[in-house]
Design a protein around this ligand. Structure first.
Ligand SMILES: *Cc1c(COP(=O)(O)O)cnc(C)c1O
Length: 362
């Protein structure tokens, strides 16, 4: 969206625009990496901060039939939106959750023999088996998985998908990718007839060895670059803009913000925008990040406050009260913003706040 806040948004001071058609198109582009197999969608953490309620139906309409979430509660929310979808709960079977999983027709991703036995006791319902090929996080080790092959508990637990997760898929030259792909292929061979899934967003670009039977992207659907260091083939999804509340002049030697962590080296023009860390914008981007005003790149100066950010708009003649500053969008994509804050675009997305008005387009 372009232009200042309209009457219905002005009470919020900032605006987040989420492009659902870009999400749908990104999902299709990822799927096109392996056109002969289906592409699922990972929509954990409220669809990476973009809003499950809007994102899940958009993906369903585009043709996505399999969804992954992290928690039971996320699965319940997804089920309410997607009555016919296959929904997996990545974090597995926590004690006491089996009845709810069954009630909402959710499939846990089981990661230990204990979980398999417990799930089997519920009466032969669908699930996935997580094999840990290098993350040391969730799932059976490769030797444990190989030893489990042929065990009646596998059928009793209704294992309908084998999966593992890549450690460094976004770094295609890392040797660990080939090791994981090889280990997963061995496990897959031991479970004939059970479909397998390995590829997250970046894994979609690691070739057939990582594709298996089902792609499982998240981040890139939401505009993140699955191939860092190369041009991003994904369409941008989120745009965050905040209104300029005030423009002021400071003289050389005057400081800006809490604890005076920036001092004007010469006379400067500053703009204060109505968005801060309470909106999910990372405070770690203080004195490091940028915003765009009228297309000009303006440094964030001083410490980011809870509700306000100060920009040096000396080089941005368009800066004026009521004009919008772009915090995420155009050249300031989520990967760039993440880097400026010493983190990754994933964290920028999943920190997106709810205090500003959200507009869905497409
Ligand atoms: C989050 C997650 C994904 C998606 O990863 P992206 O890098 O966001 O594409 C896939 N599989 C598992 C197990 C995950 O936890």
């Amino acid at each position: 969206m372009i232009g200042p806040l309209d009457a219905s948004s002005v009470g919020h001071g900032a605006r987040l625009t989420i492009d659902l058609s870009a999400i749908a198109e990104n999902w299709q582009r990822l799927g096109a990496e392996a056109p002969s197999i289906p592409c699922a969608a990972v929509v954990k953490a409220d669809a990476y901060g973009c809003g499950l309620a809007a994102v899940a139906p958009a993906l369903w309409q585009t043709g996505c039939r399999t969804f992954f979430v992290a928690h039971l509660s996320e699965g319940i929310a997804a089920r309410a939106l997607l009555p016919e979808a296959t929904i997996y709960v990545l974090n597995g079977l926590l004690p006491g959750t089996a009845a709810s999983l069954l009630a909402h027709d959710l499939r846990p991703v089981l990661g230990s023999r204990e979980e398999l036995v417990e799930w089997a006791e519920t009466g032969r319902r669908s699930s996935a088996l997580h094999v840990d090929t290098g993350m040391s996080r969730l799932g059976l080790t490769v030797p444990e998985a190989l030893a489990l092959a042929g065990d009646p508990v596998v059928a009793a637990a209704g294992i309908g998908l084998l999966m593992s997760h890549l450690v460094s898929a976004e770094l295609p030259d890392e040797a660990v990718n080939a090791r994981q792909i090889g280990a997963f292929a061995r496990v897959r061979k031991a479970f004939p007839g059970i479909p397998a899934s390995l590829a997250n967003s970046s894994g979609c670009f690691l070739g057939p060895g990582s594709h298996n039977d089902l792609l499982r992207p998240g981040y890139a659907m939401f505009g993140g670059n699955p191939k860092p260091g190369q041009p991003n083939a994904m369409r941008p999804v989120v745009r965050l803009e905040a209104a300029i509340a005030q423009v002021r002049h400071v003289e050389a030697g005057e400081s800006a913000g809490y604890n005076a962590r920036w001092t004007a080296p010469e006379p400067r023009r500053l703009a204060t925008v109505s968005l801060g860390y309470a909106d999910g914008y990372p405070r770690a981007a203080s004195n490091r990040g940028h915003a765009l005003v009228g297309g000009a790149l303006c440094p964030i100066v001083g410490l980011i406050s809870m509700d306000l950010i100060i920009l040096d708009v000396t080089e941005a003649p368009a800066a004026a009260r009521g004009e919008m500053a772009v915090l995420i969008g155009d050249s300031l994509n989520i990967d760039t913003v993440g880097k400026a804050a010493g983190t990754i675009g994933y964290e920028i997305l999943t920190s997106l706040g709810s205090r500003y008005v959200r507009h869905y387009v497409g």
